[in-house]
Design a protein around this ligand. Structure first.
Ligand code: ZN
Length: 336
């Protein structure tokens, strides 16, 4: 059964049409999940069948919040991945849902956006716990809300009443839930965090702390910069290859289209061969998905959004594309 949020007003946008939210996707028919009469939820297109990721869109006022059906089925769980539309912040001529404190936005706007976002997912009564993110592998376990945001890039709890949050604008947000132990985690993984296996370590913490079994975990990988757009230097690829046997699967040569990439530049090349490219493309979601599998999470329990923050600036924030004027997305999870 899906818990119906009392905070959700009837949508005033019954004529709202779902646009394709992915580079080359086709829409699937609208499907209602459970009974949530107060919220308009529609299927987001997604062709990532291998990852079993059929995402839902919760539309409240002008906000569009992404959710995973397998998570929504748990009545004691709240979660959501924010997007850009809606909110009270002014970015250029748009009203946007900026959920992070940035130079260009006011503190009041961000706090109001956070209230709207929490209300939309029915989590107004939960205490929001965000982090001072530092691209580390530091994971916090919360039994109580801290007075000040802690430095770190992941958090976990099995206590009701908290809404764990990570903020992103290109980096990968991951939400984990252990349905048996009723424990949750939120993880922020940029390339540095991915290189440090932050999601694997977060699962390790859950195993130690909550007796979580990875095979029972559900994991969602939210919108992030895609392998289509995330250009990094070859030195990043070299570092990944030194850590992960599967690393060549996560990189592509810069703008080589659909050609399969042998990643020649990662191998020893005799002198006189073509020089390596300056930059390569990294698929951070693929890397984190592989780490989840390696940690013991079952493939049908992994839900991967196919939305690229850099391709979909109409819907998402991208630091790579917008720089210091970028807003912040927020991914949240909590136990009621
Ligand atoms: Zn892209």
């Amino acid at each position: 059964m899906i818990k119906t949020s009392p905070a959700l007003p009837h949508s005033a946008h019954s004529d709202y049409t779902v646009r394709a939210v992915g580079p080359t996707k086709t829409l699937k028919p609208k499907r209602k999940v459970g009974k949530r009469p107060n919220a308009e939820q529609r299927l987001l297109s997604d062709t990532c069948r291998r990852s079993n990721s059929r995402w839902l869109e919760l539309k409240v006022q002008d906000m569009r919040i992404l959710q995973v059906p397998a998570f929504s089925k748990l009545p004691w769980l709240v979660h959501g991945f924010s997007t850009k539309p809606g909110g009270v912040s002014n970015q250029n001529v748009e009203k946007v849902l900026n959920l992070g404190f940035t130079e260009w936005d006011t503190r009041e706007n961000v706090l109001e956006n956070r209230r709207h976002f929490q209300s939309a997912i029915g989590a107004s009564d939960l205490k929001l716990i965000s982090l001072k993110q530092i691209h580390s592998d530091v994971i916090h376990l919360f039994d109580a809300a801290p007075a000040e945001p802690c430095q770190g890039d992941a958090s976990a709890t099995n206590r009701p009443g908290f809404l764990l949050a990570v903020q992103t604008a290109d980096c990968v947000p991951l939400l984990l839930v252990d349905p048996k132990k009723r424990a949750v985690a939120a993880v922020h993984a940029g390339w540095r965090g991915t290189l440090q296996r932050i999601v694997v370590k977060a699962i390790g913490k859950m195993q130690m702390q909550f007796k979580t079994r990875p095979a029972g975990l559900l994991a969602a990988i939210g919108p992030a910069i895609g392998g289509c757009c995330y250009e990094v230097g070859t030195e990043v690829a070299t570092q990944f290859q030194s850590q992960f046997a599967a690393a060549p699967d996560w990189f592509d040569e810069f703008r080589t289209g659909d050609e399969p990439n042998p990643i020649q530049w990662l191998n020893m090349m005799p002198p006189g061969h073509q020089p390596p490219p300056q930059n390569v493309l990294l698929d951070l979601r693929k890397a984190n998905r592989a780490q989840l599998v390696e940690a013991g999470v079952r493939i049908p329990n992994i839900f991967v959004s196919d939305l690229c923050t850099a391709c979909r600036r109409d819907l998402l924030f991208s630091y790579r594309k917008e720089g210091v004027l970028s807003g912040r997305l927020m991914s949240v999870i909590g136990v009621r």
